[in-house]
Design a protein around this ligand. Sequence first.
Ligand code: ASP
Ligand code: MG
Length: 436
Amino acid sequence: MKFGGTSVGKPERMHQVSQLITADDESKIVVLSALSGTTNNLVEIGNAMATNNKAEAKQLIEKLENHYKDFVTQLLKTESGLQSAGRVLQEHFEFLYIILRISFSESLNRDILAQGELLSTKLFSIYLTENNIDHALLPALEFMTIDAYDEPQVGAIKVKLAQQLKQHSDKKLFITQGYICRNARGEVDNLKRGGSDYSASLIAAAINASVCEIWTDIDGMHNNDPRIVNKTFAIEQLSFEEAAELAYFGAKILHPASIWPAQFYNVPVRLLNTMEPSAKGTLIAEKAGSVGVKAVAAKDGITAIRVKSSRMLLAYGFLRKVFEVFEKYRTSIDMITTSEVAVSVTIDNDVNLKEIIKELEPFGTVEIDTNHTIVSIVGNEIAETKDVMKKLFDAIEPIPVRMVSYGGSRHNVSLLINRSYKDQTLQLLNAGLFGL
Ligand code: ASP
Ligand code: MG
């Protein structure tokens, strides 16, 4: 069971989480995020440190410390609970104050970012103890590891997690940190923003769990972005493939990498709402449940690159040469379309864009469009479903579309549009595809 930041962000929410995890007596591992807002605050502290703005960093740390002091006085009732929490706060905030006095580095920054999950789990553990709920706290830094390519390996995690669990063979309830891990150099690292979902699915895969429950503040994966369109509904069931496409192409509810471990080890994933525990939520499993369009998602910050060459494109080996450039810069491609004279690709990571352009230039004219959005229409067998394509293109008739990708999988049609058309496109598709 994984609980996100808002699910643990208030003392009364932690109380609710304690009820949810003790509702039955099946053994379980509970993965917690940092309290909502904390990781953002830690990012700010890191940024202030990185720019040598120590006064600002100090202020931010003090503000955060006060927030936690308030939090524990509301959360805990007993003298011993408050004392334990006081020691935890002292330990972690002392660490933050110490870093003000040492020189900043990227690895130190990752230590800063790790404080949120360490604090949330330790405070929650004290709360459970205060309420006589038997449990053990598992240190994620002892079992959640990533390799030299920053990839977690379920096999390695499984072995180390089993060792941790063996030390508490009398326990049925375990609490651990999401997000944080140890890298191949042995340093504290993390699974990127929103990574607690990923932690949960890796753990579920490693222990061959019967289910991986992701508890958030919304009642499942929705058919469209509720922040942009008026009417949306929760999807009952998705296949792993559909969920992976949606998470990758912009559905914020789930970290995109969190699907593969569950899929590979065939652990069903349930997206549930802490604020409304009896709501059905979304089940992600091997089977798609139904046929047709399920949802629309959008991913911003996309750069499109067009390489135009009348001479080279006809030749075999051209695409390989183009792709090799992206491989060299470890930049993954999201969409591809080709024509007789040009190939267009999109990337979401333009850190190495300058170098990539330079290496593509010998192949032909290179054109760049920044600030684009991929809108993905995801569903089961949409290619075979009657009228989907017609409805889709009728719906977006007023929108200039830069690229279309169709047929790559049976679950997805993707459109590339200028970011400025995003809201309108999502609204038009909500009407055209879902009648909303
Ligand atoms: N606390 C981390 C973040 O805010 C990880 C997570 O919540 O999943 O990104
Ligand atoms: Mg999240």
